[in-house]
Design a protein around this ligand. Structure first.
Ligand code: ATP
Ligand code: AH0
Length: 359
């Protein structure tokens, strides 16, 4: 008998704080996944600043949480309008919220976003709070996209690595068997480069990697950056966005600092090879960092096997995380695992998420 298929929306507000990714997929929560649509709703600079101010859990978190929730409601409506759909046609929303604090070692992770408020605003059932159950059981609570990567990858040749370069970068390694999954945060993605470029030039990011392309890598500084216990530590492991926030690059010209931070991201991803069960045959890259030509060229040179954006397979590299939370919401409703020992270090496959009825 065919399994029920759910038309589901996934909402992700990533560590880059650029805005809300909203994806629409049809899935059975098992091996069938069909991306249907995607919209991106950018945050206004003033809201971005308010969000940045509550990172770490200080300030008026409650007010920002309400605002974040309402902006997600707007993102849902924009997605529905773009596809000429009504709330009634949607089975479920997976609402990640925005991570303001991630401290799995203290069994604490905090995604702001009010699931009940979003369910009431949209009239659609909502699953949110995807990470708490995992950290309560001793897992890292991240990354959670690996089971979606596995569903999407279907029969693609193994071993395969899927690399997300967002604010933080994370890898999913897929071997032959269904439990043959290893995943972890590799280190910084774009966040350090974004913060540098914003403070020096006012731009949100290094478009195409053009600033880094005009600079020279400071190899002494790069070696010091890589001399961090995180990179030697075996998985499971995950990072807070601001793990490297106190980096002092005051002596560097902007292009040299950008080149060095870009090389830091490349080298820290290459260090992931030390912790994978076998070298991947190829790396498929998603997330905004795949638009940075210096980053992509560096990865191709360092990893020694083909490195290509996921878009070549017909996947939308900007949408995968949001799609993943739609998929995980369905799995939550079905009581299926969201994480495995190989993905978050949780002792046994574990489900998660909290449900809020919309009607
Ligand atoms: N054209 C571009 N050139 C260079 N970098 C880009 C470009 N477009 C996007 N980016 C980078 O990608 C980032 C956004 O990536 P993405 O949306 O994948 O991150 P996120 O989902 O917020 O983060 P995370 O995956 O850590 O939660 C931007 O902040 C920027 O650094
Ligand atoms: C705690 C948290 O929100 N982590 C994010 C962040 O952004 C990328 C990386 O760090 C990843 O571990 C995770 O997001 C993705 C969607 C995940 O859980 O798979």
């Amino acid at each position: 008998m065919a399994l029920q298929r759910f038309l589901t929306i996934g909402l992700m507000s990533g560590t880059s704080m650029d805005g809300i990714d909203a994806a629409l997929i049809r899935t059975d929560g098992h091996g069938q996944v069909e991306p249907v649509g995607f919209t991106f709703t950018p945050y206004q600079p003033a809201f971005r600043a308010r969000l940045r101010a509550v990172l770490g859990g200080g300030g008026d978190v409650g007010a920002v949480e309400q605002e974040v929730t309402d902006l997600h409601g707007d993102a849902v409506m924009a997605l529905l309008r773009a596809h000429d759909l009504t709330p009634r046609s949607i089975d479920l929303i997976g609402f990640h919220g925005h991570t303001i604090l991630h401290a799995p070692d203290r069994r604490h992770t905090w995604q702001i976003g009010d699931g009940a408020r979003l369910a009431a605003a949209t009239g659609i059932d909502v699953v949110h709070d995807f990470r708490t159950a995992d950290v309560k059981e001793g897992g890292q609570g991240a990354p959670l996209v690996p089971l979606y990567h596995q569903a999407l990858a279907g029969n693609l040749e193994r071993p395969l690595a899927i690399l997300n370069i967002g604010g933080v970068a994370n890898v999913t390694w897929l071997g032959e068997g269904p439990l043959d999954v290893v995943a972890f945060d590799t280190g910084p993605g774009n966040a350090l480069i974004d913060d540098l470029v914003l403070s020096r030039t006012g731009a949100a990011y290094d478009e195409g990697g053009r600033i880094a392309a005009g600079g020279t890598v400071d190899h002494d500084l790069l070696a010091r950056l890589l001399d961090h216990p995180y990179f030697n530590a075996p998985p499971p492991k995950s990072l807070d966005r601001d793990a490297w926030v106190r980096l002092a690059l005051t002596n560097q010209a902007t292009p040299d600092a950008a080149a060095t931070l870009t090389a830091f991201t490349v080298e820290s991803i290459a260090r992931a090879l030390d912790h994978l069960p076998a070298p991947p045959r190829r790396w498929l890259v998603c997330g905004g960092g795949r638009h940075n030509a210096v980053l992509m060229a560096g990865l191709a040179a360092r990893l020694g096997v083909p490195v290509a954006p996921v878009d070549g397979l017909g996947w939308n590299g900007d949408a995968l995380e949001a799609e993943a939370f739609a998929y995980l919401a369905v799995r939550s409703r079905l009581g299926l695992p969201l994480s495995l020992p190989g993905t978050t270090g949780v002792p046994a496959p574990l489900t998660g998420g909290r449900f809020h009825p919309g009607r």
